[in-house]
Design a protein around this ligand. Structure first.
Ligand SMILES: *Cc1c(COP(=O)(O)O)cnc(C)c1O
Length: 362
């Protein structure tokens, strides 16, 4: 067996070992066809089945109604920052954005190329350590849409409840917590997530779009950037990233075989709780960086008493095969990313290491 460390990287991120093994088989030979998944035509019936099955599994696991399309796009969540306003924000229109951190800011920057942006709420006043209370937000009447970032990968905050935007379409960057649990897709007009955090390798972005949005798309959108084209062509307008779609398909089957999103959610909650409980129990040494009510289940951020101790902590953890614990370069500190593919044993190993480290250095 290959050497395997516990991978806390924020993305690309750890995948279940079963998925990695199965993907490696498909890379050698796909379905006994005498060719690799890297070599197969995207128009072949075998690949067609892979991409259709992946879309169907997203629908099944999230209970997505028939009046939505599941799309597989390219360009990452970063291209979605531009595609959303390019398709849906008229030059004289206004879109409401909730600013909860670095990724929200990037989304806002792109929207400003197309129309007016109203930052309806922000948590920048306290360095993005919380999620603004959605019941207090005044949304723009008749806005083109409202955009949120459901999980803030860098700062470690996550929405628990989503805003109620009435008739205004709600859109979400769910890049770092897509399918960490079941959520009510009916609240949303569009959600998107590049796969490399929670759902697969880099190279493909999953989007779910409500059909009534398609006729609203502006008529000056280039073909490759137009959601309607990708919906009509069932994500096969051009060559999709076949390998990435294949691995997403395997990941979806893995979720289904474990019992679906209910089981995934309870495992994810137990993993995050184990780590937060340790941080709180040793609060004289470790310090969580966000409001407890808004803590992310995916990216757990914490500090140690000094930057020197943080460096030592990360170095000693790495030596014990606990890798990727450094916080984002813009905020420092430590961050453990516990996505769907991250195993419980890795969290146990980390909290044992944290106890030991605090005992020796506290
Ligand atoms: C990683 C991330 C992105 C950027 O994704 P790319 O695939 O690199 O474009 C956007 N939003 C959030 C919340 C992320 O975590």
């Amino acid at each position: 067996m290959a050497k395997r460390v516990y991978n806390f990287y924020p993305g690309p991120a750890t995948l279940p070992w079963e998925v990695v093994q199965e993907a490696s088989q498909g890379v050698l030979e796909f379905q006994g066809l005498g060719l690799s998944i890297m070599e197969i035509s995207h128009r072949s019936k075998e690949f067609d089945q892979v991409i259709k099955e992946a879309a169907a599994l997203v629908k099944e696991l999230l209970e997505v109604p028939d009046h939505y399309h599941v799309l597989f796009l390219q360009g990452g969540s970063s291209l979605q920052f531009a595609m959303v306003p390019m398709n849906f924000l008229p030059a004289d229109g206004t879109a409401d954005y909730i600013n909860t951190g670095a990724w929200s800011k990037k989304a806002i920057k792109e929207a400003k190329f197309f129309g007016n942006v109203n930052v309806a709420a922000s948590s920048e006043d306290r360095n993005f350590s919380y999620i603004p209370d959605m019941r207090q937000v005044q949304f723009t009447p008749g806005a083109a849409y409202v955009h949120i970032t459901s999980n803030n990968t860098i700062f470690g905050t996550q929405y628990d409840e989503f805003p109620n935007t009435g008739d205004v379409p709600l859109m979400a960057d769910m890049c770092s917590d897509f399918m960490w649990r079941k959520f009510d897709i009916n609240r949303f007009a569009l959600v998107y997530a590049s796969a490399q955090k929670n759902m697969g390798p880099a190279g493909v972005t999953i989007a779910i779009i409500r059909d009534d949005l398609l006729p609203r798309i502006k008529n000056d959108v280039p073909t490759m950037l137009n959601y309607k084209i990708h919906a009509e062509k069932e994500s096969l307008y051009n060559t999709p990233p076949c390998v990435a779609v294949y691995v997403v398909n395997l990941m979806l089957k893995w979720i289904k075989n474990r019992g679906g999103l209910g089981v995934i959610e309870s495992t994810n909650r137990r993993k995050a709780a184990m780590l937060y409980d340790t941080i709180d129990e040793l609060s004289g040494f470790y310090r969580g960086t966000v409001e407890p009510a808004n803590r992310s289940h995916m990216n757990i951020t914490f500090r140690l008493p000094s930057e020197d101790l943080e460096k030592q902590f990360i170095a000693e953890a790495t030596a014990q095969d606990l890798v990727g614990l450094k916080g984002h370069r813009s905020v420092g500190g430590c961050r453990a990313s516990l996505y769907n593919g991250f195993p419980m044993e890795g969290v146990e190993r980390l909290v044992n290491f944290m106890r030991e480290f605090a005992r020796k250095n506290g």
